[in-house]
Design a protein around this ligand. Structure first.
Ligand code: HC1
Ligand code: SF4
Length: 573
């Protein structure tokens, strides 16, 4: 530990701290814009300038290491004026249509401008107007809002190992864009939306489908069915002021009913169905010499990553569609038939924590009889917007239940939304099927948590399974490289495209860099899902009575001909 002084307070701090860390840990906030803990620590925006005794110029606190005896002032006239000038420069070339902006009231630039008291801009030069790129099914890129913080560049390359965004041009013309300013649909982007999650402004945002959904709800000829992904319930409440990690399943269902959806189903049901199909697929591969390791395929960002960057592993991907797509397919076949509804009149909306799900729903192969399994995908954020637009008092809603029968799910289904959840759900079922007896404990703690790569061995009768759980495509490439080099051998791997799994997907409520400093969103939101799992009466997919019913009445058995026709898919090399 070393001793430094910040704003006249003498403090002891670990030697390897930065001034920013030391100050914040002491409760002294220093404003930042580009800074994102562990991801973008580059000192580019110069908002975090501080006055250090003995230094000739103001210093950037986010990259400045502490030294013994250092004396720092964070709030001098010089510091305040410098920060304001920097902010005014950023604002001078920023599209300031705040009232109609997608991030209005939820923008880090807006908040900081207000906090620092910027009321006018002293550099009113001509701003450059650039075209907004709406070419991607998932992501809208608006360079007129970009403040060049570089957070998206770092997350895309460092965390996701994709690296399709970079700084282009020079000086006043600098912008963040794909190489040669190509369209977002014309580059090897995986649509994960992690760039959206970290963008402090509205330069990157999801392609909204709210208007299509309202239109369908207002159309008397349409039977509009909605399904909600596991992770949505763990985060939706944040947009209404609830603590991170508060589960709002019952209120979410009630709000969907108020919005006018005809039926409210749960993607968790689809997760249980996926476990049946994927579990039996794994057993078949193990017993009949199929391609191993089998790798999960429910995360569309990960699937796209595999198609683009590791096509040699495509035969390893489970052929199962994702739970959301399976639910869509069952709605337009089994549910339609059972209720005498023409599938063409059914409009399936899925509410997802993920921007890549928009891309997934558009994939041609995820259709049946010429109808897409899913017609529209809303992110968690878009659902919040609809609830607010409809003036629903979310916090006052009484809990309501999902509709039967595709609303019935187990604890295994709900944990899909956190990294390790798909693996745990699969192990609960596969173990009991193979061992033909009830497990004493179904909590597979070894696959939980946010460690980048988790490994375990599982005894399945006379076979030992090597398994791994990976989250973020950056970590996935490390594991795939190790398999290629012969360093690792596994039977089954869960890969989720985003770090933390779906709870931290690119469509979840925005969390400021400031809040990311104090909380790990991945852990907090995952707690909500594991809490739901604990409280569920049924916690294993194969015990879901409605899953049994759908097999009895329609699918026959896992991996049947019918299942393959509706619930499985193929990938593009
Ligand atoms: Fe996910 Fe999945 S868990 S992919 O993260 O397998 O998006 O929540 O819906 O489909 O069930 C997302 C979440 C989600 C699917 C499930
Ligand atoms: Fe990169 Fe993902 Fe954003 Fe595409 S969606 S630019 S892959 S972070």
């Amino acid at each position: 530990m070393i001793t430094i002084t910040i704003d006249n307070q003498q403090i002891s701090v670990p030697e390897n701290s930065t001034v920013l860390e030391a100050a914040r840990n002491q409760g002294i906030d220093i404003p930042t814009l580009c800074y994102l803990k562990d991801i973008n620590e580059v000192g580019a925006c110069r908002m975090c300038l501080v006055d250090v005794e003995g230094a000739r110029t103001l210093q950037t606190a986010c990259v400045l290491p502490v030294t013994e005896g250092m004396n720092v002032k964070t709030n001098t006239k010089k510091v305040r004026e410098a920060r304001k000038a920097t902010l005014e420069l950023i604002l001078s070339n920023h599209d300031r249509e705040c009232l109609t902006c997608a991030r209005n009231k939820n923008c880090e630039l807006q908040t900081i401008s207000d906090d620092l008291g910027v009321r006018e801009i002293s550099f009113p030069g001509e701003s450059i107007v650039r075209p907004v790129d709406t070419s991607s099914p998932s992501i809208v890129r608006d360079p007129n809002k970009c403040i060049l913080c570089g957070r998206c560049v770092s997350v895309c390359s460092e965390v996701q190992n994709v690296g399709v965004l970079s700084f282009t041009n020079r000086g006043y013309e600098t912008t963040v864009a794909p190489a040669f300013e190509r369209g977002m649909d014309d580059i090897p982007c995986i649509n994960c939306g992690q760039c959206i999650s970290v963008c402090p402004v509205a330069a990157l945002r999801e392609k909204e489908e709210i208007d299509y959904v309202w239109e369908a709800i207002d159309d008397p000829k349409k039977h509009v069915v909605v399904q909600t992904a596991p992770a949505v319930r763990a985060a939706l409440g944040e947009d209404f002021g609830l603590e991170m990690g508060t589960s709002v399943t019952g209120k979410m269902v009630a709000s969907l009913r108020r919005l006018g959806f005809d039926k409210i189903f749960d993607t968790d049901f689809g997760a249980d169905l996926t476990i049946m199909e994927e579990g039996y697929e794994l057993l078949d591969r193990l017993q009949n010499g199929g391609t191993l390791p089998m790798i999960t395929s429910c995360s569309p960002g990960w699937v796209k990553f595999c198609e683009l960057y590791y096509p040699e592993f495509l035969d390893n991907l489970s052929s199962c569609k994702s739970p959301a797509q399976m639910t869509g397919a069952i709605i337009k076949t089994y549910y339609a038939k059972k209720n005498g509804i023409n599938p063409e009149d059914i409009y399936v909306v899925s509410v997802m924590p993920c921007s890549a799900k928009k891309f997934e729903a558009d994939r041609e192969e995820l259709s049946h009889n010429g109808l897409q399994d899913i017609d529209a995908v809303l992110t968690t954020r878009e659902l919040s917007k609809m609830i607010k637009e409809a003036r629903i008092d979310f916090l006052k809603l009484q809990d309501e239940e999902f509709d039967e029968i595709l609303g019935e799910s187990t604890g295994a289904g709900v944990i899909f939304g956190a990294t390790g959840g798909v693996m745990e759900a699969a192990l609960r079922t596969v173990s009991e099927v193979v061992l033909e007896k009830e497990l004493e404990s179904i909590d597979f703690e070894g696959v939980r948590g946010i460690e980048g790569i988790k490994e375990a061995t599982i005894e399945l009768g006379d076979q030992t399974l090597n398994i791994a759980v990976v989250h973020s495509t950056g970590q996935a490439s490390k594991v795939l490289d190790m398999i290629k080099n012969g360093e690792k051998e596994y039977h089954f791997i869960e890969v989720m495209g985003c770090s933390g799994g779906c709870v931290a997907g690119g469509g979840q409520p925005y969390i400021t860099a400031q809040d990311r400093w104090t909380k790990d969103i991945r852990q907090e939101r995952a707690k909500a899902l594991y809490g739901e799992d604990k409280n569920k009466k049924i916690r294993k997919s194969h015990e879901n009575p409605m899953i049994k019913k759908v097999y009895d009445e329609f699918l026959v058995k896992p991996n049947s001909h019918k299942s393959h026709e509706l619930l499985h898919t193929h990938y593009i090399k």
